[in-house]
Write a protein that binds this ligand. Structure first.
Ligand SMILES: Nc1nc2c(c(=O)[nH]1)N[C@H]1C(S)=C(S)[C@@H](COP(=O)(O)OP(=O)(O)OC[C@H]3O[C@@H](n4cnc5c(=O)[nH]c(N)nc54)[C@H](O)[C@@H]3O)O[C@H]1N2
Ligand SMILES: Nc1nc2c(c(=O)[nH]1)N[C@H]1C(S)=C(S)[C@@H](COP(=O)(O)OP(=O)(O)OC[C@H]3O[C@@H](n4cnc5c(=O)[nH]c(N)nc54)[C@H](O)[C@@H]3O)O[C@H]1N2
Ligand code: SF4
Ligand SMILES: [Mo]
Length: 799
């Protein structure tokens, strides 16, 4: 029996309050019990893009522990604390267990049946489409949804409802990396694998705090460095000294946003000192400039770089950057026997995120540090399934499944044909990107939105602005989640979903690796897998709108059991039909094959035979990548067949330095940057409910450089006002040599309204990738009082 709603709310409040004061609660699963697991089942970690392979320990049907899988190539048996503890969310008393509805946002929620919930959901979406057209409905999903979920939702929205308003939080995260890969290499996603770590001699970690955000992968790099302290060099480039910097031979600290100049200066040195790979460039590269992608020659590039001498760049960058340091890191980068760059949000979440990505790729193309062992330009993905589910399966407004741009007529028609829907059914125009989508909500242009597995009321930049649209009474909002969140507070309809291991499906991690997790537990109460919810909703929608094509979208999946057969049929359709002949060909990676592998399959994997061996660990290399052979046009060892570059070349881009959208000035003299801490996941909807993690990190604070703190009379623990042109927070101060002088840094997980930093961040975005500049805006800070006891945030629904 589930808890009554009152009881549930009481416990939610009690738990969160207790978490913050460190009280142990009776319903926790104890560690002693964990040791007693009587069976272990395989799956992947629920959290980050590393994609650690794990085993869930069960005692009877009670989850009691998680451990790593030693024979997995992703994590070699390691897991981090979050990975080890997420089984506690499965039996958590706060889990949503029944559909909840309210006609108006000012009213209280009431429990309703699934039948009623799906009726309402169908009626509201149908009404919006009838009265305002297909562009008035939208899906906003997540890089944490299973591939099967994203694929099915986008199919229903695009081919059923005839809208490309299919977006997701990877826009806040990986969009600039996608833009970078496509413009530089002609194909999305990294070329190599984690396995390159053990073969690399130089690591260039820029804008990434791997030690906290990709902790298991970081351990592999650390191990490599410790085993070869002299031969292996680690460079860390970040305006803030983070735990990642500890293993660096050189830490480059610079004014936020100026790394564009740093990267160009590294290229300058590489050319000036003749450290480039002339042969590689001649065979595989061209130089490009501007919106029209005009081809230019090497000399033009060289002249362009004349603006970025190490001397000039060190002036732009500030911090600890000297011309000598730039020269040193450029030499290490170019001359090592294998250089691997790794980056995450410090590069992507910028108004010049795509350019910053291009400038990293440039260095690899110039020096030929690509395709050989230990060499790669390797963007780290944040979420567990941003690659597999969203980038590959059609989860962004401008891309259809298997890396097909919506605007390409023949590709769109191909998808229509594969789905058996009329030609022209999918609109040509891309839908709203994330910021445009929430702006459209503000303007009342979107009348019904389905938000799945994400919490935009907390995770959007400048979130108060977009909460206005969410709060509109004329916008119908569905939120499907496992817990109450900041976003469920704006919902009309809350749908309780199954969690990891309570449903079946695939996650595709950073290194093009798809891994299956099979359902072993029933979800609590009446919670349901999303694929069931989407299918049942589509059937009702078809009826409401009298449109057989909507039904057609789910016809292959009718009557199948949602625990396994349904997701399997969706995966089969996606892989066998949609990925066939594409660069992410996954035809060999059937559920049967995925179950046989300790660690899944890396694409391209067109055949079962290859998939059983693990797939392709390096793209574009003949003898390794079957598609390189298939697409070979000449006898060169590398074949860059990426679909976006018909010339089959890698493009070195001329991208100038440009500052952030909002730079500090006399009124707002500090840079504000935001990011992550090891113990928490994003909005802390999950990790905030795991008491061990909450004890370690109960609230966010503002990191201030000691010199700034001294000047402003701020002492450790003092309450500090952090204010921008958009909003303010009051946070306790942590004073240490982390952020550079003139910069402050805040974790964004804290749900307390006083500390929720996205009220302060800026929603400017990259004109190419549309990814917001979470990493940089201007703020001012001021001490408001001495240390104060902090009010805990109560994660409860407004009722
Ligand atoms: N523990 C934990 N791990 C996670 C997550 C989580 O929530 N918690 N989330 C996952 C997700 S979705 C993501 S996207 C990743 C994010 O992973 P990361 O990007 O590694 O983490 P962040 O803390 O967001 O930011 C990284 C660094 O960017 C730096 N930075 C700020 N401005 C600049 C700049 O101008 N230039 C450069 N070069 N660097 C700059 C910051 O100082 C910070 O140290 O983490 C994933 N892993
Ligand atoms: N200031 C600032 N803001 C940022 C960033 C930053 O660096 N700074 N980073 C941005 C980035 S990179 C990202 S990726 C986004 C992430 O932002 P969000 O996606 O909004 O954050 P999450 O907390 O991961 O939200 C996931 C939600 O899914 C729910 N959930 C968990 N499992 C399931 C499931 O199986 N099904 C369903 N339906 N729901 C489930 C969780 O309870 C949670 O509410 O935030 C962005 N926002
Ligand atoms: S490193 Fe990432 S994938 Fe691995 S256990 Fe930790 S959170 Fe999970
Ligand atoms: Mo992310």
């Amino acid at each position: 029996m589930g808890l009554s709603r009152r009881e549930f709310l009481k416990r939610t409040a009690a738990l969160t309050a207790a978490s913050l004061v460190g009280v142990k609660l009776p319903f926790e699963v104890s560690e002693a019990e964990a040791a007693d697991a009587d069976r272990w089942v395989r799956g992947t970690c629920r959290f980050c893009g590393v994609g650690c392979r794990v085993e869930l320990g069960l005692k009877g049907d009670r989850p009691v522990a998680i451990r790593g899988v030693p024979e997995s190539k992703t994590n070699l048996g390691y897991v981090c604390m979050k990975g080890m503890l997420f089984y506690k969310l499965m039996l958590h008393p706060d889990r949503l267990k029944k559909p909840l509805y309210r006609a108006r946002k000012s009213e209280s929620f009431r429990e309703i049946s699934w039948e009623e919930a799906l009726d309402i959901a169908a009626k509201k979406f149908a009404q919006a489409v009838r009265e305002h057209g297909p562009n008035s409905v939208a899906y906003y999903g997540s890089g944490q949804a299973l591939t099967e979920e994203t694929y099915l939702f986008q199919k229903i929205f695009r081919a059923g409802l005839r809208t490309n308003n299919v977006e997701g939080n990877p826009r806040l995260c990986m969009a600039s990396a996608v833009g970078g890969y496509i413009t530089s290499f002609g194909a999305d996603e990294p070329i190599g694998s984690y396995a390159d770590i053990e073969k690399a001699f130089c690591f260039f970690i820029i804008g990434s705090n791997m030690a906290e955000a990709h902790p298991v992968l970081f351990r592999r790099i650390m191990r490599r460095k410790l085993d070869h302290p002299e031969d292996v060099k680690v460079i860390n480039a970040d305006p803030r000294i983070s735990p990642t910097s500890r293993i660096a031979d050189i830490h480059l600290q610079f004014r936020p946003g100026t790394d564009l100049a740093l990267l160009n200066a590294m290229a300058y040195v590489i050319i000036e000192e003749g450290l480039y790979d002339e042969d590689f460039i001649r065979q595989y590269a061209t130089f490009r400039v501007g919106k029209k992608k005009k081809e230019v020659d090497f000399d033009t590039y060289r002249r362009f770089l004349a603006d970025y001498t190490p001397e000039r760049a060190s002036q732009i960058c500030g911090g600890n950057i000297t011309p000598d340091k730039i020269r040193q890191v450029a030499r290490w980068f170019a001359t090592s026997r294998g250089t691997m760059s790794l980056w995450t949000m410090g590069i992507n979440q910028r108004i010049r995120g795509v350019w910053a990505n291009n400038l990293i790729h440039n260095l690899h193309i110039l020096t030929g540090q690509l395709c050989k062992p230990g060499a790669d330009s390797f963007s780290l993905t944040g979420q567990p399934n941003a690659c597999g589910g969203v980038r590959e399966a059609g989860g962004l407004c401008h891309i259809l499944p298997a890396h097909r741009p919506v605007v390409k007529d023949h590709l769109r028609h191909e998808v229509e044909r594969l789905w058996g829907v009329p030609k022209g059914r999918i609109p040509k125009k891309p839908g709203y990107h994330t910021i445009a989508m929430f702006t459209a909500l503000n303007e009342g242009k979107i009348k019904a939105i389905w938000i799945n597995c994400t919490s935009p009321a907390q995770s959007l930049p400048n979130c108060d602005k977009y909460r206005k649209g969410l709060a509109r009474e004329d916008v119908f909002i569905i939120v499907s989640d496992i817990f109450p969140t900041k976003t469920t507070e704006f919902a009309n309809l809350i749908l309780p979903t199954a969690f990891h291991f309570e449903k079946t499906g695939v996650f595709g991690c950073t290194e093009r690796r798809s891994q299956l997790t099979v359902k072993v537990l029933d979800p609590p109460g009446e919670a349901k897998p999303e694929v069931w919810i989407a299918r049942e909703w589509a059937l009702k929608l078809a009826q409401e709108l009298g449109d057989p094509v909507i039904k057609k979208c789910v016809e292959p999946f009718l009557g199948l059991d949602e625990g396994y057969d349904l997701p399997k049929a969706i995966w089969d359709e996606y892989t066998q039909k949609l990925t066939a002949g594409r660069d992410n060909d996954l035809r060999g990676a059937t559920y049967e094959v995925l179950k046989k592998r300790p660690d899944g399959v890396q694409w391209p994997a067109p055949t079962e035979e290859l998939a059983l061996r693990g797939g392709t660990y390096k793209k574009f290399v003949r003898g390794i990548d079957p598609l390189a052979e298939e697409h070979a046009k000449d006898n060169k060892p590398y074949q860059f067949y990426g679909p976006a570059h018909p010339d089959r070349k890698l493009w070195i881009w001329l991208r100038p330095y440009k500052g952030a959208a909002e730079e500090p000035d006399s009124e707002y003299p500090f840079f504000l940057s935001t990011g992550r801490v090891i113990d928490h996941w994003h909005t802390a909807s999950m990790t905030g409910r795991i008491i061990e993690l909450m004890r370690a990190n109960p609230y966010a604070y503002v990191e201030i450089n000691p010199k700034d703190a001294k000047r402003l009379g701020i002492r450790p623990g003092d309450m500090v006002l952090v204010e921008s042109r958009r909003g303010h927070n009051i946070l306790p101060a942590k004073i240490y040599e982390g952020p550079m002088e003139g910069m402050v840094f805040v974790y964004w997980y804290d749900q307390h309204e006083d500390r929720l930093i996205n009220k302060v961040t800026k929603d400017a975005f990259d004109p190419g990738s549309k990814e917001p500049e979470f990493k940089i805006c201007a703020c001012r800070i001021r001490r408001v009082s001495g240390p104060r006891p902090l009010k805990p945030y109560l994660a409860q629904l407004k009722v």
